[in-house]
Design a protein around this ligand. Structure first.
Ligand code: FES
Length: 138
């Protein structure tokens, strides 16, 4: 392996490690995930977010801080043709055809016509966010 190849392999390994660090694996119990917000500093401020992956699934969900004590949990799968949307500050953008969603999953710009799937989430008075994975609410 020459120096250039070594650097490429090392960089891809580092990038892979970073990508996996950006998603938090969570353990659902009876179809529910509980997150103590203070253990996830990104969630403890408006505009923060956390990408979670339930251990029993290969799907990723975005947990998005809205205003204080309000959260949205959405599927990142674009409702147009199924690409994965990116979190871009105050909105979610689809890299494929430009659909734009609000952080609560609502449609801001097409071509999509449907909001992102959103999962029920409630914050208790002691700071535990409870997310139901039973299915998106309608
Ligand atoms: S798949 Fe997202 S805009 Fe087309």
């Amino acid at each position: 392996m020459d120096r250039r190849e070594f650097v490429g392999v090392a960089a891809s390994g580092w990038l892979g490690a970073c990508a996996s660090l950006m998603t938090t694996t969570v353990i659902p119990v009876d179809g529910t995930v509980r997150l103590r917000v203070r253990n996830h500093p990104n969630l403890d401020r408006p505009g923060g977010y956390l990408k979670i992956q339930p251990a029993d699934s290969n799907r990723v969900l975005y947990v998005l801080a809205l205003d204080s004590n309000e959260y949205a949990v959405v599927s990142p799968i674009c409702k147009h043709l199924g690409c994965t949307v990116d979190i871009d500050g105050p909105r979610l953008l689809c890299p494929c055809h430009g659909s734009m969603y609000a952080r609560d999953g609502g449609v801001l710009r097409g071509p999509t016509e449907a909001p992102l799937d959103r999962f029920p989430a409630t914050l208790s008075s002691d700071g535990v966010l409870t997310i139901s994975l039973q299915g998106p609410r309608s």
